[in-house]
Design a protein around this ligand. Structure first.
Ligand SMILES: [Zn+2]
Length: 294
């Protein structure tokens, strides 16, 4: 259910921000003192005075929502709609009647605030790589070469504006990760799979050579699917879940046609957040979105 009651005025949005930000009690964002008192208001926002550092603050102080020209209700609407419905920023701009440039800047700032996923693999794990055609927006001569999402046609590199994006599916924990990389090589693969201190990790891959060194490493049990060689495929040995997850990521990127390579990481982190809130009721989803960027 769309949480319309939380988004119908700046005052309701301000209220929500207070609830989420100070869910464990009110404190001064500057010195963390809990010795704070109400001190008038700033527009729709309650203002507080810290008795320790003698400075005032409001719920937006020190967050990405501070100094925004766009109202908090509109920003929450934008982030919520973007994540839930995979809306383009152009469409949001039409709904909200705000400046497209400042909205895009706020959305990108929002996405940059999202943390990198902590990859903690239980195993077995599927790993696969795809390539995104993503140059530097505005600097390309050929508009047609802009991103059409993720493709697996040919290997690419970050320098050639075709950065690799790795998809990991942990069958043990049912976690999925989509991580852009500078290059699709052995060291990237090792970084993603991490150090194994206890049991070895079963890893399903395709026949790409960057996975070959895993064969000689006792920390890993590599099972490769060799596409197109007509070989017998064990029913567990596949990277199909990676492929379908990569196709969801492709759909996620598609309304933002031409996501440049330097913005790929934040956009794909937003995709991870989208998955995390996917099945939550509207109110809970919105609260989680706000909590994530505080
Ligand atoms: Zn203080």
């Amino acid at each position: 259910m769309f949480p319309v009651e939380l988004l119908n005025s700046e005052a309701s949005a301000a209220n929500l921000l207070e609830q989420v930000r100070w869910r464990d009690g009110l404190y001064c964002p500057r010195c963390r003192s809990e010795s704070v008192i109400k001190h008038g208001s700033y527009r729709q926002y309650q203002r507080y005075l810290c008795k320790d550092c003698d400075r005032t603050f409001n719920p937006k102080t020190g967050t990405i929502f501070a100094h925004a020209k766009i109202g908090l209700d509109k920003l929450f609407f934008a982030f919520y709609t973007l994540l839930r419905f995979n809306t383009s920023i152009r469409q949001l701009d039409a709904e909200l009647d705000v400046s497209y440039r400042s909205l895009r800047r706020r959305v990108e700032q929002f996405a940059r605030t999202l943390d990198a996923p902590a990859i903690d693999l239980v195993g077995p794990v599927e790993i696969d790589e795809v390539y995104v055609t993503a140059g530097l927006k505005g600097r390309e001569r050929d508009r047609e070469s802009r991103s059409r999402g993720l493709s697996k046609r040919g290997r690419g590199s970050y320098a050639e504006d075709k950065p690799p994006v790795f998809t990991l599916v942990d069958r043990g924990s049912d976690q999925r990760y989509v991580v852009p990389a500078k290059s699709a090589d052995e060291s990237t693969v090792r970084l993603l799979l991490g150090d194994r201190e206890e049991e070895s990790l079963t890893v399903y891959t395709d026949g790409f050579r960057a996975y070959d060194p895993l064969e000689d490493d006792e920390n890993f049990q590599r099972e490769a699917v060799i596409h197109g060689e007509g070989e017998y495929v064990d029913e567990d040995t596949h990277v199909n879940t990676c492929e379908s997850h990569a196709s969801l990521a492709r759909r996620w990127l598609s309304p933002h046609r031409g996501v440049s390579k330097d913005k790929l990481t934040p956009y794909l982190r937003a995709f991870q957040l989208r998955r995390r809130i996917f099945r939550k009721p509207g109110r809970e989803a919105l609260k989680e979105i706000v909590r994530t960027v505080l």
